[in-house]
Design a protein around this ligand. Structure first.
Ligand SMILES: Nc1nc2c(ncn2[C@@H]2O[C@H](COP(=O)(O)OP(=O)(O)O)[C@@H](O)[C@H]2O)c(=O)[nH]1
Ligand SMILES: [Mg+2]
Length: 444
């Protein structure tokens, strides 16, 4: 049995412009929680998330990576996503698996195109959102102006949960224990009042208590309205961090474990039963006694380790002996290797509970976006289609040797299976293979 329940799980995707510090932030969170002994860096090419040799060579994330940590009994599953526009499909796929999108903004460069896309996309997907302003150690960052800019661009519901301290190097909590030190701008008392005012608007009874009691509400009294405010987009908390100095990292871990939704919270996933041209919404609940229903949000093909399928379990439990159908297939496969993923490392799991993110190895028939289930009652179930950006650029490929045709075709189909925004076509007239992607360098 796992040492945690569905209520203990927090699923978070780190999204945003490349260079904002998402991969370093994941590393810092793992380190702070004791999941890794020392912190790797992008420059040394030894982070847990960017383990692919190409990622290390380019010093950019190219794939969504799954890592996990345990803090105060909570199981935090983090998906670090690529911020390059070329790989938005991979970032959007990761958003399908989580309750919370953590949009990372680079304090040096402010709001960038990917910030905008990810904020909008997460809202469309009805996810809870939190903004992380990273690189607060930068001497060129104007943090007060950035907060104003964020509120102007994304609305007044964006409110700081903590603030950078006047003496750089740490942040001051404005929510749990708002007795504070001097801050770089604004004040702890103002930030505290603004957050509480925003949260109590979700609950009339609490509003009355608040008006009688003043601002002495306990964080526990605020949990339900806080979660509702996140779910309804009425509140987008802002947290400050420096992934390299460690400022704000333990505070961010607290925010994740104490305030972010568990899989029974947040907005429920939209599953559809698609039959004879009709798509009817169906309810899925994070109940471990019900039939298992999982969605495959990522597949990778490793030449040595074979196919790895990352899945989010929405209902029921999984064990290595579970027998699962892939989509509408009549014959099930046996899970055998149910895996927990830590970057490139894998460890066997005895059981997955509803809401957890895990992986299944070496099942060639699984494809990205497949629904895996253990009863024919859930045949024809699909997760509502994601609004992926359309591929815009095309590149014709001709192998050097005609005899390499098959090799090229196999490699491209594997790539296509991994990236929802990559399309491989055969142009019959010209007898050419054409790949289409989001920008030219995807195809280069
Ligand atoms: N000064 C500073 N540099 C950072 C911080 N976080 C990340 N970096 C650096 O910013 C660069 C991009 O970081 P990375 O984690 O790859 O960003 P990602 O593209 O969002 O994943 C790397 O050189 C990091 O060392 C930070 O908090 N402060
Ligand atoms: Mg990265």
């Amino acid at each position: 049995m796992p040492a945690y329940t569905t209520h203990d799980i927090r699923n978070i995707a780190l999204v945003g412009q490349t260079g904002g510090g998402k991969t370093t932030l994941a590393e810092a969170l793992l380190h702070a929680a004791g999941a890794i002994k020392s912190m790797g860096s992008i420059e040394q090419g030894n982070t847990v998330c960017d383990y692919d040799p190409q990622e290390q060579q380019y010093e950019h994330s190219l794939n969504a990576s799954l890592v996990w940590l345990r803090k105060d009994g909570k199981q935090v599953n983090l998906l670090d996503t690529p911020g390059l526009h070329d790989f938005f499909g991979r970032a959007y796929s990761a958003l399908q698996a989580v309750e919370t999108a953590a949009v990372v903004i680079n304090a040096e460069s402010g709001i960038e195109p990917a910030t905008q896309s990810m904020m909008e996309h997460a809202l469309e997907d009805e996810l809870c959102r939190v903004i992380i302003i990273n690189k607060i150690d930068s001497p060129t960052a104007d943090l007060a102006a950035l907060v104003d800019d964020i509120r102007l661009t994304f609305g007044d519901e964006c409110l700081p949960l903590n603030l950078p301290a006047a003496s750089a190097g740490k942040v001051v909590d404005c929510f749990f224990r708002p007795e504070g030190e001097e801050t770089l701008f604004s004040s702890v008392a103002d930030a505290h009042t603004n957050i509480i005012d925003q949260v109590v608007e979700m609950d009339e009874e609490l509003m009355e208590i608040y008006l009688e009691q003043g601002s002495e509400l306990e964080p526990d009294q605020l949990h339900a309205p806080f979660e509702k405010a996140l779910r309804e987009g009425h509140l987008v908390p802002i947290c400050f961090t420096s992934a390299t100095t460690g400022a704000g990292i333990s505070e961010l871990l607290d925010v994740i474990t104490r305030l972010m939704p568990d899989p029974t919270e947040g907005n429920p996933p939209h599953f559809l039963k698609c039959e004879e041209g009709d798509a009817v919404p169906v309810e899925i609940s994070p109940d471990k006694e019900k039939h298992a229903v999982a969605h495959v949000f990522k597949v990778t093909n490793d030449p040595f380790r074979g196919k790895l399928s990352l899945l989010r379990l929405y209902q029921g439990s999984l064990t290595p002996s579970s027998q699962l159908f892939i989509g509408e297939a009549r014959k099930p496969f046996k899970v055998t290797h149910l895996l927990r993923i830590q970057g490139k490392d894998q460890s066997e799991m005895e059981q997955a509970v509803p809401g957890d993110i895990c992986a299944v190895a070496r099942v060639d028939e699984i494809f990205r976006d497949a629904v895996l289930h253990d009863s024919h009652d859930e045949d024809n179930y699909h997760l509502q289609p994601e609004n992926f950006p359309m591929p815009l650029f095309g590149l014709a490929l001709i192998p050097n040797k005609r005899s390499d045709d098959q090799k090229l075709s196999d490699a491209l189909h594997k790539l296509q299976a991994e990236d929802p925004c990559l399309v491989v076509e055969h142009a019959n007239q010209a007898n050419e293979t054409v790949i289409r992607g989001l920008v030219t360098c995807t195809c280069g």
